[in-house]
Write a protein that binds this ligand. Structure first.
Ligand code: COI
Length: 340
């Protein structure tokens, strides 16, 4: 690939922002989306009375593009992100973005920034961040009349330092990220703002990751502030079923891989007291990929999983299979790779 970005230290990239050449923007005016255009400006100019900045009428997504050994550039399951964004948009009254428009936008913006797709084997990827915001002046509460759908891309390394090295987590019960019947199952920025207090509290106490319980009873495991919760017990893959968690595409993919490996998959309420019986725990999401969690602190007790030093064997094998498919090293038998 013809790269002019040799100065990037691909294997040591943080999960941060690196300027790329283009972002793509579509504008919704007079009841319809336009054809979209590539921009090199990193700034957006919006009216100070735009509903996205006052009332949080915004939605976003996260995906990754990879280079395979033979130089293909592929995006992992973007159709699922398109569907999830549609669900979020419907919930907060943003006009529908069709799957066709979404996939076309992904293709155009990744193609225009191909030289920023990290080389095969570096462990890095091109993070794709779509967002849609309600713009135009509106002071009374109500959906905006105009919208911007934008996608930027940026090369990233692992979200949690060390990739597959285990992290410690803290259950925070004083700060919920979602409300019962709220928007916890939608990818809106407000959920992440609501999670900041718990995350900062956890960091101060020495825990890079925090875990939320269900907001109604505080009895069931919901999700981590940035990712879904999975647990392994014997030959079973367990993940919470809850109205207030985001449906993770990584979690869905891992559960399919687990099933195909002959494991039993249970999507059900997971009581916090079950922590003492799990063999392995992981935090899973697009950014986090599969981050092993070897200790969870709750109410004065440390629940530990594995040997505390490295990922357990099942999480390791699920991680290898998922990342192998994404890099094109493992057969893509579920047809998950979208060619750019
Ligand atoms: C992702 O995993 O793609 C997310 O959007 C989570 C975010 C905190 C980076």
């Amino acid at each position: 690939m013809n790269r002019k970005t040799e100065d990037l230290d691909w294997s040591n990239l943080p999960f941060g922002y690196v300027k790329t050449d283009f972002n793509i923007r579509y504008f919704y005016r007079n009841g319809k989306w336009d054809e979209g255009e590539l921009f090199s400006d990193e700034n957006i100019s919006i009216h100070m009375a735009a509903p996205c900045i006052h009332y949080g009428q915004e939605a976003f997504e996260g995906m990754k593009a990879f280079e395979t050994k033979v130089g293909r550039v592929v995006v992992f399951r973007p159709e699922e992100n398109a569907r999830r964004l549609q669900k979020t948009c419907e919930r907060i009254f943003i006009p529908e973005i069709s799957e066709k428009m979404f996939l076309e936008a992904v293709k155009r913006v990744v193609s225009a920034n191909k030289k920023f797709v990290p080389p095969y084997g570096t462990g890095a990827s091109l993070y794709i961040r779509p967002l849609v915001i309600g713009v135009g002046p509106k002071v009374g509460l109500g959906p905006a009349e105009e919208y911007i759908f934008l996608i930027f891309v940026t090369p990233v390394g692992p979200y949690y330092k060390g990739g597959l090295s285990p992290v410690n987590a803290l259950i925070v019960t004083d700060f919920d990220r979602a409300a019962p019947h709220g928007v916890g199952d939608c990818k809106v920025g407000g959920n992440y703002a609501a999670g900041l207090a718990g995350a900062q509290y956890g960091k101060k106490k020495g825990y890079p990751v925090v875990l939320h319980l269900d907001p109604k009873e505080n009895n069931y495991i919901d999700e981590f502030s940035t990712s879904n919760f999975i647990a392994i017990k014997d030959n079973t893959y367990i993940t919470p079923s809850s109205e207030s968690i985001l449906k993770s595409i990584t979690n869905d993919s891992l559960s399919i891989i687990a099933e195909q490996k002959g494991m039993t998959v249970e999507k059900r309420n997971v009581e916090v007291k079950e922590l003492s019986g799990f063999d392995e725990v992981g935090a899973v999401g697009t950014a986090a990929v599969v981050t092993p969690v070897n200790l969870i602190h709750y109410n004065g007790t440390d629940y530990t999983f594995g040997n505390g030093e490295e990922a357990g064997p099942v999480i390791k094998s699920l991680y290898n299979e998922l990342t192998g498919i994404q890099k094109g090293d493992v057969e893509d038998r579920n047809n998950w790779l979208f060619e750019i």
